[in-house]
Design a protein. Structure first.
Ligand SMILES: Cc1ncc(COP(=O)(O)O)c(C=O)c1O
Length: 403
């Protein structure tokens, strides 16, 4: 009887602990506001839709329907469409990484790759290492698996590898999660020396590295640096990537490259999660890549995004108060701005929305010691003149708050 009364009084669903640990993503809430058409948004990590290869994708889909119709509508294998895995492995080989089709798993975006890796490695209470700050949706995944995140600070050369080694010795982590190229949120890339040392440390202590690489292809200046996967000779690096930023995020096609033992564990986890990634999308992507000039397409993206990145840097230089500092990325989609200590990114966001301009306040990206005086700016999704107008508006709000 008593139980009945309690049930009646408390009508909330009895969710698992992980749901409360995941929290409400502050960033998702901000993106909802930023989506309003009257807002100049630098908030999302959105690639420019005018650069999606829509016609080529339409032709690839039409061909798949004509050639492979029913098979493309059917269930398929968890590991993914073999011709697509072969294409990805071959591209990675061209970048000095000994990938094979057997060691490649297609995922529904690299976000699923992060989730699956966390699922196969993390038990509640396990420790793992992240950069501080880092990609907010990855932090959310690690929290949901009840991991204890050891957050290691970064500087202009990437994560501080000495501190990573110290953290390994102290906390015996299950893995290290890093974004070595044009990091989200900072736009910073690891130096060659740090890359080599990180792989060496991982090898010596037998701790896998999750290398999350959605942005490596999007370099606008400077020399390409080797991926951690290409520096690894002992299967210590699990490499995640995606077509989200180069072809289209709506296709939801990403991949994991890892040792076959790890791929087998990931396949089991993926089976339980979604059976497989969309059959049609995988075949259409493979068809597209048969005769689409992917390199020329990337070169075009780099030319447009490089111009927008430079435009945002120039606008910050022209309008922002001299107390603010920002990163100068060589690629990717983001710039990271440090505001004067007295300014809260969240307050600046609220005031900027009134001026119809949006960005993401930085606090949510910190796994430890959240700092409130940072903001993340995306430059890929607006033309240079709009970028200038948006930065000018934020700058006016900021200057008012400093007065
Ligand atoms: C660092 C990082 N990893 C993963 C993702 C997710 O990419 P996908 O669209 O392939 O799931 C993003 C998206 O912004 C990202 O910035």
């Amino acid at each position: 009887m008593a139980a009945k009364i309690t049930r009646k009084e408390n009508r909330s669903p009895r969710f698992a602990r992980r749901i409360s640990r995941m929290g409400v993503s502050a960033v998702r809430e901000i993106l909802k506001v930023a989506e309003r058409p009257d807002i100049i948004s630098f908030a999302g990590g959105l690639p420019a839709p005018e650069l999606f290869p829509v016609d080529a994708l339409a032709r690839a889909h039409a061909d798949i329907f004509a050639r492979e119709g029913a098979a493309a509508m059917q269930y398929s294998t968890t590991e993914g469409w073999r011709p697509l895995r072969e294409w990805i492995a071959a591209r990675m080989n061209g970048r000095g990484c000994a990938a094979t089709a057997e060691g490649t798993l297609i995922t529904s975006g690299s976000q699923q790759g992060i989730d699956l890796v966390a699922r196969i490695f993390l038990d509640p209470g396990d420790t793992m290492i992240v950069e501080n700050p880092s990609y907010v949706a990855a932090l959310q995944v690690f929290k949901s698996y009840e991991a204890e995140m050891i957050a290691v600070d970064s500087d202009g050369g990437g994560v501080r590898v000495d501190e990573v080694e110290q953290a390994i010795k102290e906390s015996n982590p299950k893995f290290i999660y890093v974004i070595p190229d044009f990091q989200n949120p900072t736009g910073i890339s690891f130096s060659l020396e740090r890359r080599k040392r990180l792989v060496e440390i991982a090898r010596r202590h037998r701790v896998p590295i999750i290398e999350d690489d959605p942005y490596g292809e999007l370099r606008y200046q400077g020399e390409r640096l080797p991926s951690l996967a290409s520096l690894d000779t002992e299967g210590m690096v699990i490499h995640l990537s995606t077509f989200s930023k180069t072809i289209s995020p709506g296709m939801r096609i990403g991949w994991v490259i890892a040792s076959e033992e790890i791929i087998q564990a990931l396949i089991r986890a993926k089976q339980a999660s979604d059976l497989h990634t969309s059959t049609i999308q995988q075949r259409a992507a493979a068809r597209l890549l048969e005769d689409f000039d992917y390199d020329a397409h990337i070169a075009r993206l780099c030319s447009v995004y490089g111009e927008r990145c430079a435009a945002m840097g120039a606008s910050l230089e022209a309008h922002f108060p001299h107390e603010a500092r920002w990163t100068r990325p060589d690629g990717g989609l983001f710039l990271w701005v440090e505001l004067p200590e007295s300014v809260s990114g969240e307050e600046l966001f609220k005031d900027s929305i009134k001026e119809k301009v949006a960005f993401v306040p930085g606090a949510a990206f910190f796994a430890r010691d959240a700092r409130t005086n940072f903001i993340r700016l995306n430059f890929s999704n607006r033309q240079p003149d709009i970028i200038d107008e948006g930065i000018r508006r934020i700058s006016d709000v900021l200057k008012r708050s400093l007065r």
